[in-house]
Design a binder for this molecule. Structure first.
Ligand SMILES: [Zn+2]
Ligand SMILES: [Zn+2]
Length: 551
C-alpha cells in the first residue's frame, strides 16, 4: 500500500473509533501514528550484500584492486522513475497465503523460488515477469542476517520478526536466519542468494510490535501494526508476488483514497464490521488455514490472526475476483472497498484494545461532604446507596478547602490510572474554563482562582516520561519536563505512559494541590486558557538529571 493510503486509512480508523466509543486516550496520537504508519516502508532494517568476486567484509573498503562486496539497505533499481530508492524492508511486508503452509512460520513471507514469487507472472517487461526481473537483479546478493560473518545489527527486522520457537525446527534466530537466507556467489546459482530467500511474513511484524507496545506502551509501535493490517489487505501481498500489477493496483487505491475516506457507505461498512467483530470469541483460533476467510474475527484474537485473516481474504480476491490476474488488471471497486474496509475495521479493534482502560467514578458535587474518621478527614460522595471516598486529608481545613475547589471547578468525575495518578473532570472535559455569555458576545474564559489556591503551570507539550535512578540505582519512572518532575510512578512505566497520554489528551496545563507541596493531600489538574507562566515550588525541581526519556 502506498504512503498516502496508509496515512489516510489510519486516520480514518482513529476518527471512526472516536465516533463509536467517544473519548479514548490514544486519540491524541492519531497524526503521529498515521505518519509512522506511512514511514514503515522507509525503514532501513534489512540489508542485502552484493557479492563481487569472493565473499569479503561488506562493511570494509578492501582497497583499490579487490572486488569489494557492497552492503545496502535501499535499492534504486526498485524505485519507480523519479522517486526515492525503495527500501528493502518492504520484502518483509508479504504473507504467502497462495503457497499454503510455510516452512518457517504458519505462512511464510515473500520468496521468489521457495514461495509464490516465480509462479504465474502475467505482468511482463520484454517477455520477462516483474518478479523474475527483480530476482535476476538480486541473484548475486544475499541478505545479511544474524549468524553471518561481518554481521553488525545490519538486518534488525530479521531478529525482531523471527519466532523460531513456534515451529521449534531451529534453536536460535541465527540458525533459522541462515536457513532462510542462503549466501550468494558473484553470479546467480541454484539455491543461493536473495531469489532463494524466504523473507519475514508481515503478520510477524504486527506480532512483534504488539508485544513491544504491551511491554512499554511505545506509541511508535502502533504504526507498524496498522501498516501490517493494511498491507495484508492487498491481494498481491497475500499472494506473495511483486508483479501482476501490484504497483498499478496500489496506485489506483491511492488515487481513490480521498474519495473512499469521504464516502458515507464506505464508512458505514467499516462501522458494521467493527460492531460485528467487537465481541469475544468463545473459541478463538489457534491456527488459520486458507479456507478460514469466513471466520469472524473477534477482539480476543491475537493480532497476528487479524493480519493472517485479512490476508486470507485478500488472497481469496486475488484468486476469485481477479482470476490470478490472468486477464490483466481491471479494478473491482466494490472488492477494493470491501478489503480496505475490513482492514480499517481491524485497525479500529486494535486501537481500542491498546487504548487505556481506567476506572472512574461519577459524583454530584453537591452530594459531597467532609466526614471525620479519627485523625483523617475524608471527602465522601454518595453514589447510589454507596459512600465512596474522593480524597483524604490530615486536617479539617484542608478537606473543606478541597471541597470548595471541587465545587468551584464543577468537578464531577474522578479517574484513576493507578494509585499514583488520578485526575478530575468536569462534564467529561478538563476543568478550568467556562463559557460566559457577556454583553458583547460569549466565549471561553478562565474560572478565577480562589484565594490561597496553590498551583503552577505545566508546559504540556514538553512533558515526557523520564527515567531517574533512585538511591538503589534502580530505574524509576516520572512524568516531568526538562527541569521538573510532577508525577512519580516508581517502577511502573506502563502507568506512566498511560498517564502522559491522558494529560495530553485533556490538554491539562495547570497543576493544583492542597496541603504541603512536599506531600500534597489532593492533586488535580485544569486546563486554563492563555495563562502566564507560574513556576512550581522548588521541591518539584529535578535534583538528578534524568538519564533518558521515553515518550
Ligand atoms: Zn505493496
Ligand atoms: Zn508496506
Amino acid at each position: 500500500m502506498k504512503a498516502k493510503s496508509h496515512r489516510e486509512f489510519t486516520k480514518l480508523a482513529f476518527d471512526l473509533l472516536e465516533n463509536e466509543i467517544g473519548n479514548y486516550s490514544l486519540f491524541h496520537c492519531k497524526e503521529a501514528v498515521a505518519e509512522d504508519c506511512a514511514n514503515v516502508d522507509r525503514q532501513t532494517d534489512l540489508e542485502f550484500v552484493n557479492v563481487d568476486g569472493d565473499l569479503d567484509n561488506p562493511h570494509a573498503d578492501d582497497g583499490f584492486f579487490t572486488d569489494d562486496d557492497e552492503a545496502h539497505k535501499v535499492e534504486v533499481a526498485l524505485s519507480i522513475t523519479g522517486q526515492e530508492p525503495e527500501s528493502l524492508t518492504t520484502f518483509n511486508h508479504f504473507i504467502d497465503i497462495r503457497k499454503g503452509g510455510g516452512i518457517y512460520d504458519d505462512f511464510d513471507g515473500y520468496s521468489y523460488n521457495r514461495g509464490s514469487g516465480h509462479k504465474n507472472q502475467n505482468e511482463q517487461i520484454g517477455g520477462v515477469g516483474i518478479d523474475q526481473l527483480i530476482h535476476w537483479w538480486f541473484n548475486d546478493e544475499y541478505v545479511h542476517v544474524p549468524g553471518r560473518k561481518w554481521y553488525k545489527d545490519c538486518s534488525p527486522s530479521v531478529a525482531m520478526y523471527s519466532f523460531y520457537w513456534d515451529k521449534n525446527n531451529y534453536s536460535s534466530v541465527a540458525e533459522e536466519a541462515k536457513s532462510r537466507f542462503p549466501l550468494a556467489k558473484n553470479t546467480g546459482q541454484t539455491g543461493k542468494g536473495v531469489p532463494y530467500s524466504v523473507f519475514m511474513p508481515v503478520d510477524n511484524m504486527a506480532r512483534f510490535w504488539y508485544w513491544i507496545f504491551k511491554r512499554n506502551r511505545s506509541v511508535n509501535a502502533i504504526g507498524y501494526i496498522m501498516h501490517a493490517l493494511q498491507d495484508a489487505s492487498i491481494p498481491h501481498h497475500a499472494a506473495g508476488c511483486s508483479g501482476n500489477w501490484h504497483q498499478s493496483y496500489e496506485t489506483k487505491l491511492d488515487e481513490r483514497t480521498t474519495s473512499f475516506v469521504n464516502d458515507a457507505s464506505f464508512k458505514s461498512q467499516i462501522r458494521t464490521y467493527y460492531n460485528r467483530w467487537n465481541g469475544e470469541d468463545n473459541n478463538p483460533p489457534t491456527s488459520l488455514s486458507r479456507n478460514d476467510f469466513n471466520k469472524i474475527p473477534k477482539i480476543n484474537w491475537r493480532v497476528e490472526w487479524f493480519v493472517t485473516w485479512m490476508a486470507i481474504n485478500a488472497y481469496k480476491s486475488y484468486h476469485e475476483v481477479y482470476n490470478n490476474f490472468n486477464n490483466g488488471l481491471t479494478i473491482n471497486n466494490d472488492n477494493l472497498m470491501e478489503l480496505t474496509a475490513k482492514s480499517v475495521a481491524l485497525c479500529m479493534l486494535v486501537i481500542n484494545d491498546l487504548s487505556c482502560k481506567e476506572s472512574s467514578m461519577n459524583f454530584k458535587p453537591k452530594s459531597l461532604r467532609v466526614v471525620r474518621r479519627g485523625n483523617i478527614w475524608a471527602i465522601i460522595a454518595q453514589v447510589g446507596s454507596r459512600q465512596s471516598s474522593i480524597a483524604r486529608f490530615t486536617s479539617n481545613s484542608n478537606a473543606e478547602f478541597a471541597l470548595e475547589l471541587i465545587k468551584h471547578y464543577e468537578m464531577d468525575k474522578k479517574c484513576w490510572i493507578s494509585k499514583q495518578f488520578s485526575y478530575f473532570l468536569s462534564h467529561d472535559k478538563a476543568p478550568g474554563a467556562e463559557i460566559r455569555i457577556g454583553p458583547v458576545g460569549g466565549g471561553y474564559r478562565n474560572k478565577p482562582f480562589l484565594p490561597n489556591e496553590q498551583y503552577f503551570t505545566m508546559d504540556t507539550n514538553n512533558l515526557k516520561v523520564h527515567t531517574v535512578q533512585n538511591t538503589m540505582n534502580e530505574n524509576r519512572y516520572i512524568i516531568g519536563d526538562d527541569d521538573h518532575h510532577y508525577f512519580d510512578f516508581d517502577k511502573n512505566l506502563h502507568d506512566a505512559l498511560l498517564a502522559l497520554e491522558k494529560i495530553k489528551y485533556f490538554k491539562f496545563n495547570t497543576f493544583h494541590w492542597v496541603g504541603n507541596s512536599n506531600n500534597p493531600e489532593m492533586v488535580f489538574m485544569t486546563r486554563k486558557i492563555s495563562m502566564t507562566r507560574i513556576n512550581p515550588p522548588l521541591n518539584f525541581l529535578l535534583r538528578r538529571r534524568s538519564v533518558h526519556v521515553i515518550g
